[in-house]
Design a protein around this ligand. Structure first.
Ligand code: FAD
Ligand code: DHB
Length: 404
């Protein structure tokens, strides 16, 4: 089989790339290791930046999001039992959309079922890119015991943090940056009414807590737990008791509890592998970078990478113009590092660290008061949380970024 682009990984990055490329008339194959049901059962991110919302609309998958998603025009930050609101509209003029990653993924799979020139293979085993440093890359995989070979012009590595694509880049050709945090997030999904119309990020001496939601009857909550804990060791009651202690009283008093429908622990890590290109292999999303979830940036970065990559690949395929793919890595990484910084900052400000001194606590407290009291600080936070604008056409790129 021969296609323009072989995409490895059928998470949000791979599926959105397939959709954008097929809209432009390119032929693509998506090779996903898991079943569709498995991919759709993973509960992950919930907040979409406004640029991601617009990108999904342009990809023709915005209809259900616009009907069922929740536009949030602000967020609450809380500490020492006092909460304050950051008004996104006042601070930077754009909101966010609360719409689960699971739903984004479902919408993309359904759109791809109707798209021309797209093949999606589930449960593809031993997927492996080859000869990506040449003009004739190919990808091999096995399905139902049969070996397959896909010849292509480009390979997109959208296979997440544990995928194969990043590992095929020789170690000498990549630089990795990493920070592992000494805690994780225990997340619970429950069929209960959300405790608040807007998200609450709460700093507390017992550890961070987050109140989020999926819809009027589905809540998503997280609490900070030590890195070595297991989700199974937390009963639902223990979770609710701990969450109640950490939320501001006003929220804790009205918290509706119920059986969890999903409970899992996500480790917190910042990671970047540079560059995001090796020959004709391009990495996008978690395959190339991970952020701690505090800034709600993981899914949004996958969308912005893919948007830049799709633009570059379409120009290369249609017009033989490789400037977009040549600039892809620098362009995407500029945004990635802004999100890495923001997520680190939010994480540092909101969590309890095991080796924290009273001095460090005071700094966290004053940082939150600074945001509460300064419209300028609120703008700084809101413009990144709701999403920096995407770079325009690459011809207008700042030279310093272009030469990075
Ligand atoms: P993924 O969603 O990881 O998709 C990669 C796909 O590639 C997967 O479907 C995988 O099965 C497939 N794959 C892997 N290896 C292979 C292979 N060898 N061959 C073929 N296919 C392969 N972000 C937030 O903003 N907020 C959150 O609360 C949040 N919670 C998270 C919880 C967890 C447990 C994890 C892992 C991530 C979380 N994230 C969160 C991050 C966010 O979900 C990711 O940034 C987002 O999923 C990135 O999309 P992606 O398509 O790049 O990667
Ligand atoms: C959700 C997850 C996040 O990491 C975040 O910062 C906000 C919301 C969520 O799952 O709803």
């Amino acid at each position: 089989m021969n296609v323009d682009v072989a995409i490895i990984g059928g998470g949000p990055a791979g599926l959105l790339l397939a959709r954008l490329l097929s809209q432009a008339g390119a032929s693509v194959i998506v090779l996903e290791r898991q079943s569709r049901d498995y991919v759709l059962s993973r509960i992950r991110a919930g907040v979409l930046e406004w640029g991601a919302v617009e990108t999904l609309r342009q990809a023709g998958v915005g209809e259900r999001m616009d009907r069922e998603g929740y536009v949030h025009e602000g967020v609450s930050l809380a500490a020492a039992n006092a909460a304050f609101r950051v008004d996104f509209m006042k601070a930077c003029g754009q909101p966010v959309m609360v719409y689960g990653q699971t739903e984004v993924t479902r919408d993309l799979y359904e759109a791809l079922d109707r798209s021309d020139g797209v093949v999606v293979v589930q449960q593809a085993e031993d997927v492996q890119p080859h000869d990506v440093e040449t003009e004739r890359p190919f990808v091999t995989y096995r399905k139902d015991g049969i070996e397959h070979r896909i010849d292509c012009q480009f390979v997109a590595g959208c296979d997440g943090f544990h995928g194969v694509c990043r590992q095929t880049i020789p170690k000498a050709m990549r630089t990795e940056y990493e920070r592992v945090y000494p805690f994780g997030w225990l997340g619970v999904l429950s069929r209960t009414e959300p405790v608040s119309d807007e998200l609450i990020y709460a700093q507390h001496e017992r550890g961070f807590a987050l109140a989020s939601m999926r819809n009027a009857n589905l809540s998503r909550y997280y609490i900070q737990v030590p890195a070595d804990q297991k989700a199974e060791s937390w009963s639902d009651n223990e979770f609710w008791d701990e969450l109640r202690r950490r939320l501001p009283d006003e929220a804790a008093e009205t918290l509706e509890t119920g059986p969890s429908v999903e409970k899992s622990i996500a480790p917190l890590r910042s990671f970047v592998s540079e560059p995001m290109r090796y020959g004709r292999l391009f990495l996008a999303g978690d395959a190339s970078h991970i952020v701690p979830p505090t800034g709600a940036k993981g899914l949004n970065l996958a969308v912005s990478d893919v948007r830049y990559l799709a633009e570059g690949l379409v120009s290369a395929l249609k017009d033989d113009d490789e400037r977009g793919i040549d600039i892809y890595s620098a362009r995407a990484l500029d945004r990635v590092w802004r999100a890495i910084h923001f997520s680190w900052w939010m994480t540092s400000m909101m969590h309890r660290f095991p080796d924290q001194t009273p001095f460090d606590r005071r700094l966290q407290e004053v940082e939150l008061r600074r945001i509460r009291d300064s419209p300028a600080a609120q703008t700084l936070m809101a413009e990144i949380y709701t999403g920096l604008p995407y770079e325009g056409n690459f011809e207008h790129l700042d030279r310093s970024v272009a030469s990075a």
